[in-house]
Design a protein around this ligand. Structure first.
Ligand code: MTE
Length: 317
């Protein structure tokens, strides 16, 4: 089947690459002033036309604190997973083809009131705040990001989910004309993710519309993506167009490709290795060091209770 093809982010870089090359590449990423600067600046000037620009920087919610420095924007903005634009990290230039206006999000399925709402109406209706969150990729690297956005539950409330809805399914846009990755038909496009209704209602589940004090750069998943800091990064679906309340557990993109390695829950746990590498520690992007990984990525006080009684599930894959 198709998914025996090697995909970049499935393997930790240090396993795939000789150490010297790995370190050089990191230093190059860190020191990517010229190229990285050009990319991020180009993206920033496109963002200046964003009709929501006046909403940023949003007031920071001081409740969510970091144990490390924020990852510099230049590094984050040039090291992305966005398979719609390529299966490698430097997709920032390709991602500029993403057209983020007009942009509509549909909320439907098991709801009292299906909603179709434009992104500019969303950001004006919701109270945008900034939160500092850690992000842990399943590939064993991490970063820390000042996201701006609002709780997922506030958007879902617009549609009044029915009591029978048990899950929330998310889908990314599907437009192979602007997203060359989507011409690779062996991938199960569009990118899909899912949460239980309880997870979606957790205060940490955050819909992101901005980062680093401005509207979201395209490579981060503009104009709206998820941040779920206790889960591996592949759950943080980008460029969302559809949200469906359902009583069936959604099958996510990576689960559909390889469910022995990527599951529905994907909660961070240093004690449960990926089948092909350890999850005990993580490379902190831009910091030149590894640190021990924490259970639920350090957010256990917010989310551990969500998993009581579910111990038979594959919670950490
Ligand atoms: N969403 C879509 N639509 N397509 C993707 O390829 N990659 C995921 C996630 N969301 C991905 C996606 C993965 S593997 C990670 S680690 C994060 O986005 C990366 O987010 P970042 O590029 O902002 O670091």
């Amino acid at each position: 089947m198709h998914f025996i093809r090697r995909r970049g982010w499935e393997i930790a870089e240090r396993e795939a690459t000789p150490e010297g090359v790995f370190l050089n590449r990191r230093q190059w990423v860190v020191g990517a002033g010229a190229i990285g600067g050009a990319l991020a600046t180009g993206a920033a000037s496109a963002q200046e036309k964003d009709p929501s620009a006046d909403l940023y920087p949003a007031k920071r919610n001081e409740k969510y604190v970091l144990d490390r420095d924020v990852t510099p924007e230049q590094i984050n903005a040039n090291y992305n997973n966005f398979y719609e634009f390529g299966s490698y990290k430097r997709v920032a230039a390709e991602a500029q083809a993403l057209k983020t206006r007009p942009w509509t999000v549909k909320i439907g399925g098991m709801v009292e009131k299906p909603v179709e709402i434009g992104i500019d109406d969303i950001v004006r209706k919701m109270k945008i705040e900034e939160r500092l969150y850690r992000h842990r990729c399943v590939e064993a690297w991490s970063m820390a990001v000042p996201w701006s956005g609002f709780p997922l539950k506030d958007l879902l409330a617009l549609a009044n989910p029915l009591g029978s809805a048990k899950y929330v399914e998310f889908k990314t846009f599907h437009d192979p004309k602007s997203a060359p990755g989507q011409r690779q038909t062996w991938y199960p496009w569009p990118y899909t993710e899912g949460l239980t209704i309880e997870e979606a209602g957790n205060e940490l589940a955050f819909l992101v519309t901005g980062a680093y004090g401005k509207p979201l750069l395209k490579q981060f998943g503009a104009p709206i993506r998820l941040a779920l800091p206790w889960k591996y990064g592949f759950k943080h679906i980008k460029s969302i167009v559809q949200i469906t309340l359902t009583d069936k557990r959604p099958k996510s993109y990576w689960e559909a490709l390889q469910d022995s390695e990527y599951g529905f829950w994907a909660n961070v746990n240093p004690a449960v290795p990926h089948p092909r590498w350890s999850q005990a520690s993580e490379e902190v992007l831009g910091a030149g060091k590894r640190v021990p990984t924490q259970i639920f990525n350090g957010y256990g006080e917010y989310v551990a209770q969500l998993y009581k009684g579910l111990e038979n599930e594959r919670l950490f894959v």
